[in-house]
Design a protein around this ligand. Structure first.
Ligand code: HEM
Length: 511
């Protein structure tokens, strides 16, 4: 295949490879996204690496990733269904499928989620209700240090549950706990080195513990999904659609009644789409919120730990002066352990103690900037999900054959040195203009872009905003007693997504 592509044009450059192993020994598989980011500095924004015999074209930097995923959306818009992805969904569902079935399932998911209020009032109400359960759960720790992973993931899982099944679960419910734990483990194992090896040499599967564990998770997940779907089927009433599953079943029924038997609305697509939306929507959103809180504990001058009398003075100045004043205040006040307010100051001033609503966002530019900056720096899906070219394409002068695996390296977009003033530091000013107004940045691409862009983006953003602000209104997040901010570890646990290392924080009541 190398020869035929060379006939048509130049292949993207890349490091020299060994027979059979390709570049496997030259890249750090444990932190693949960083390793590939480093290679892009040597080989340019479009380059080739070989994982064994498997050829992968890596796209790096905002300009290149955008040009490929947006301007050549068709050519770069197929999903690479790796062996493990095939094991997961057998080519059905939304995440790991292609062609007409994918198109129909994705469109159905987007319209149905929208009908159930994704990005609108209905889901705002659901999220606000869940905010109350989450803050209650945090309150029970009475300011003592605890690991917030579970509670946060239960909360984000319940939002998907409400949309998919029309109900939420108690945090104590073992069904909820098992589902969330299982998805969390699956996402982690999927990014492990041994599964990367499995994708290159699939016959190794049965010898790999991670693969066996994943197959068990898949089986258990299918059993749970089938049970819940069967319950909803029994009480289905086409006149009163309660949730995604109802909408799907109703569509299926009406297609069958009009004599269409071979539509894409079959049981496998229902089951796998539901499982996809859970898996893609729970851990990612929970994980992002965890990063937000960890950054707040790490950077108390951004969280705004205490009301400072001079803070109001700085508000009247322009943003630049305000930053200077803040820095000055923080220099003198750090000697007294009092820091100027930011997020919490803005929340108190704009919202006070009433429930935050989505429409408050436009009046909370600093808070909005902090959430965006958290998502940027956390970079939780560092290589997106592998794509595949749907046809031959010449891109930036290089020939890429149909069916080639493509990694849109989101790390290289979110940390692009030509786009961000300080790519490796937490700096909310990336999203603020000189007057302190919120500004969108094109290179903010944690949800990827183009044909495969995350369909849950508006829901995830609404959840992040409401959960984050509701928590920050009520609590100050601090390291456990005896741990300094400097000692809080920002090194991620690397899986398919990047999660914060296991840690505890105190949620200290602000009242
Ligand atoms: C795909 C990020 C939340 C459902 C993706 C992709 C990314 C992503 C990077 C891959 C895009 C690509 O292949 O180029 C995130 C982040 C989230 C989040 C950072 C939270 C902060 C959600 C939620 C849902 C969801 C809440 C469900 C309601 C999906 C689905 C896909 C996807 C179904 C596959 C799309 C396809 O293949 O066509 N997401 N996501 N995500 N996401 Fe999300």
């Amino acid at each position: 295949s190398t020869f035929s592509s060379q006939e048509n044009g130049t292949e993207p450059p890349g490091p020299k490879r060994l027979p059979l192993l390709g570049n496997l020994l030259q890249v750090d598989l444990k932190r693949l996204d960083s390793a590939l980011f480093d290679l892009s500095k040597k080989y340019g924004p479009v380059f080739t690496v070989y994982f064994g015999l498997k050829k992968v074209v890596v796209l790096a930097g905002y300009r290149t990733v955008k040009q490929a995923l947006v301007n050549h959306a068709e050519e770069f818009g197929d999903r690479e269904v790796t062996p493990i992805f095939y094991d997961f969904n057998k080519g059905h569902g939304i995440l790991f499928s292609n062609g007409d079935s994918w198109k129909e399932m994705r469109r159905f998911a987007l319209t149905t989620l929208r009908d159930f209020g994704m990005g609108k009032r209905i889901s705002e109400g659901k999220i606000i209700e869940e905010c109350n359960y989450l803050t209650e759960e945090f309150e029970q720790h009475e300011g003592k240090a605890f690991n917030n992973t579970r509670a946060i993931n239960y909360a984000s899982s319940n939002i998907i549950s409400a949309l998919m099944f029309g109900k939420r679960f108690e945090y104590k419910d073992p069904d909820l706990q098992t589902m969330v734990e299982r998805d969390h483990e699956t996402i982690h194992l999927t990014g492990s080195v041994s599964i990367l090896i499995y994708n290159i040499f699939p016959w190794l599967g049965p010898c790999l513990k991670n693969w066996r564990d994943l197959m068990r998770n898949v089986e258990d997940g299918i059993a749970d999904a089938k049970r819940i779907i069967a319950d909803l089927k029994e009480t289905l009433n086409p006149e009163m659609c309660r949730c995604f599953v109802d909408a799907f079943l109703t569509r299926k029924q009406s297609l069958e009644e009009s004599g269409i038997k071979d539509s894409h609305y079959h049981d496998d697509n229902l089951m796998y789409s539901v499982m996809n939306l859970f898996a893609a929507g729970t851990d990612t959103t929970g994980n992002s919120l965890q990063w937000c809180l960890l950054f707040m504990a790490k950077y108390p001058h951004i969280q705004g730990a205490k009301i400072h009398p001079q803070a109001s003075l700085s508000l009247q100045c322009s943003h630049k002066i305000r930053v200077k004043v803040s820095l000055y205040i923080s220099q003198i006040s750090s000697q007294f352990h009092v820091l100027p307010d930011q997020v919490q100051e803005e929340l108190s001033r704009v919202v006070g103690s009433r429930q935050v609503r989505v429409e408050d966002r436009k009046n909370l530019p600093y808070t909005d900037a902090v959430i965006h900056e958290s998502q940027r720096l956390a970079n939780i899906v560092p290589m997106a999900i592998p794509h595949k070219t749907s046809q031959d394409i010449t891109f930036q002068g290089y020939f890429i054959k149909e069916g080639t695996t493509v990694f849109p390296l989101l790390t290289s977009v979110l940390y692009d040195e030509s786009e961000w003033e300080s790519p490796h530091t937490f700096n909310p000013s990336h999203f603020l203009d000189g007057e302190g107004n919120f500004i969108r940045r094109d290179a903010f691409m944690p949800f990827s872009a183009g044909r495969r862009a995350c369909p849950g983006e508006s829901l995830a953003r609404m959840e992040l905003f409401l959960f984050f602000t509701s928590l920050l209104q009520r609590f100050r997040f601090t390291p456990p007693p005896g741990v300094t901010e400097d000692e809080l570890d920002l090194t991620p646990v690397v899986g398919f997504t990047l999660t914060p290392s296991p840690h505890e924080l105190c949620a200290v009541s602000r009242q």
